[in-house]
Design a protein around this ligand. Structure first.
Ligand SMILES: Cc1ncc(COP(=O)(O)O)c(C=O)c1O
Length: 434
C-alpha cells in the first residue's frame, strides 16, 4: 500500500508510515488510493472479523501478505461493535465494548499489533497525547509488550478522574505525564518531539494517537459493521446518515474512507461541541480556530483538529478520481453542527426517556443526528465511550445510579502514578532522554 506525506508529497509504504507516525515537515500520511470494494452486499453478510480481514486485505495484502493481515485483525479485534435502536429512527453504534471501554480500542489495538510485528528487535518509544480516551486505549493495547516504552501526555485536571485512573495506574512500560495546559498544548509538544531528529533516532519515537494511519484504517471496519446491522432493520432501501462526535476528526476521516470504499452511507454529520472550527469552516470557508473552550465533552475539546487536513486531502482526491460530482464538500456529504452544553444535557435526557443511557459525547452525536435527519431518513450515531466512564455526569443529569464495570472498579481503587510536567518542550525532552 502506498501513502503520501501531505506536506512533502513523498510516497512511503504502510510499514514505513506506521513506524514514522508523523511524516517530515509535520505532514500526515494519507492513502494514495482508496480500494473500491465491489462485493459490498456479500461483504455485509459476513461476520465482523472475517469482513474486517477482507477490508484490511484490500489495503494491505500486497505489502504484508494475506495471512499476516488476517492475523493482525484477529488479534486486534477480540470484541465487537453493537448497533442498538435508541429511538425509532436513530441507532447507537456502540464502540465501547473493548478492554478500555472506548472506541479507540479498535485503532489502538490494531496499531499495537502492527508495531509489534514491524519493530522486530528494535526498542521503540510510543509518545502520544490524549484528550481522554486515547490514553486508556493505547496503554491497554501496549501494556506489557516487550521492547516498547509508552509515554502518554494529557492535560492536567481536564480529563475525567476515572479516565485518568484507567491509564495512569498501570506502571511497567506505561508512563504518564500530567501537562499544565490543554490538549492542543499536549499535542504541540508531541509534534515538536517528532521534529527533533536526535530524539526520533535515539528513541525510535512513534506516535500512537490518531495521527497514525494504522489506527484510522482499523476504524474503517466498524462503519461496515454499523451499516450491516442497520440493514437488518431497513434492508438496502435506506442508507443511514451517520453522526460522528468530532474532536481531532480521526473517527470522521475513517468514516469517509469507508464511504469511498463504497460503503452505502448517505452523508455524515460532523458534530462538535463549542470548539466549532470545522462547522464554521463548512459555512464560511474560513479556517479560524478560536482558543480551545472546556466543555463536558472534554475528549472533543480540540480547536485545531489535525485530521481535518486528511479529510481535505481525501475530498480533493475523490473529486479528481470519483465518477460524477459526488465528492463536493457540501451538505450532501457533510453537515457540520456545533452542539451547546444545554443541548447535550437535553439529549441525554431525551435518550433516557426512550430507555437509552448515553454519556455526553454519545448524546452530543445523537443530538447532531436528530437535528440533521429529514423526515424520511434514519441514521446512526457513534457511541464512543461506555456510560460508566462519565458516571458522575450521568448521575448528575439523569438522577440514576451508574454501576462501574469490574475493570473500572479495579482501576478506580489504584494509586495514580503520573508525574506533573509544564507545557515546555525542554522539560519533555529531558524526561524522554532520562
Ligand atoms: C469519547 C470520545 N468521543 C469522541 C472523541 C473524538 O474523536 P476524534 O478525535 O477521532 O474526532 C473522542 C476523542 O478522544 C473521545 O474520547
Amino acid at each position: 500500500m502506498k501513502l503520501y506525506n501531505s506536506k512533502t508529497k513523498e510516497q512511503v509504504s504502510f510499514v514505513q508510515a506506521v513506524k514514522d507516525g508523523l511524516g517530515k515537515e509535520r505532514g500526515l500520511y494519507c492513502p494514495s488510493y482508496i480500494p473500491i470494494l465491489t462485493n459490498i452486499d456479500e461483504l455485509l453478510e459476513m461476520p465482523f472479523v472475517m469482513r474486517s480481514q477482507k477490508i484490511m486485505r484490500s489495503w494491505l495484502e500486497e505489502e504484508l501478505g494475506g495471512a499476516k493481515v488476517d492475523e493482525l485483525v484477529r488479534k486486534a479485534f477480540s470484541f465487537m461493535p453493537q448497533l442498538v435502536r435508541a429511538t425509532p429512527r436513530m441507532f447507537a453504534l456502540e464502540l465501547y465494548h473493548g478492554p478500555s471501554l472506548a472506541f479507540k480500542d479498535f485503532g489502538a489495538r490494531f496499531m499495537a499489533q502492527c508495531l509489534a510485528l514491524f519493530a522486530g528487535k528494535d526498542k521503540i518509544t510510543i509518545l502520544t497525547a490524549t484528550s481522554g480516551d486515547t490514553g486508556a486505549a493505547v496503554a491497554d493495547a501496549f501494556y506489557g509488550l516487550n521492547n516498547i516504552r509508552v509515554v502518554i501526555l494529557y492535560p492536567k485536571n481536564k480529563i475525567s478522574p476515572l479516565q485518568e485512573k484507567l491509564f495512569c495506574t498501570l506502571g511497567k512500560n506505561i508512563h504518564t505525564l500530567a501537562v499544565d495546559g490543554d490538549f492542543d498544548a499536549c499535542q504541540n509538544l508531541v509534534k515538536t518531539a517528532f521534529q527533533d531528529e536526535e530524539l526520533k533516532k535515539k528513541l525510535k519515537l512513534n506516535s500512537a494517537n490518531s495521527i497514525n494511519i494504522s489506527r484510522l484504517m482499523a476504524q474503517v471496519c466498524y462503519y461496515f459493521e454499523g451499516v450491516a446491522r442497520f440493514r437488518e432493520f431497513y434492508g438496502k432501501k435506506v442508507q443511514p446518515v451517520v453522526s460522528v462526535p468530532c474532536g481531532n476528526f480521526g473517527n470522521l476521516t475513517a468514516g469517509f474512507y469507508a464511504k469511498a470504499m463504497s460503503l452505502p452511507i448517505k452523508r455524515f454529520v460532523a458534530a462538535t461541541n463549542a470548539n466549532d472550527t470545522v462547522p464554521r469552516y463548512l459555512k464560511t470557508n474560513m479556517w479560524e480556530p478560536h482558543k480551545t473552550v472546556a466543555t463536558m465533552t472534554n475528549a472533543m475539546d480540540v480547536s485545531e483538529p489535525s485530521n481535518w487536513e486528511r479529510i481535505m486531502e481525501h475530498f480533493k482526491k475523490m473529486q479528481v478520481h470519483a465518477i460524477g460530482n459526488n465528492w463536493q464538500m457540501n451538505e450532501a456529504n457533510i453537515q457540520g453542527i456545533s452542539i451547546t452544553e444545554e443541548q447535550t444535557v437535553a439529549a441525554m435526557k431525551a435518550l433516557h426517556k426512550q430507555g437509552y443511557v448515553a454519556e455526553p459525547h454519545t448524546a452530543l452525536a445523537s443530538c447532531g443526528l436528530s437535528k440533521c435527519l429529514k423526515a424520511d431518513e434514519a441514521g446512526i450515531f457513534l457511541s464512543t465511550a461506555h456510560p460508566a466512564k462519565f458516571k458522575e455526569k450521568i448521575e448528575e443529569v439523569l438522577g440514576i445510579q451508574i454501576f462501574l464495570p469490574e475493570k473500572l472498579l479495579k482501576a478506580s481503587e489504584k494509586k495514580l502514578l503520573s508525574e506533573d510536567m509544564p507545557a515546555d518542550f525542554d522539560a519533555l525532552r529531558k524526561y524522554l532522554l532520562s
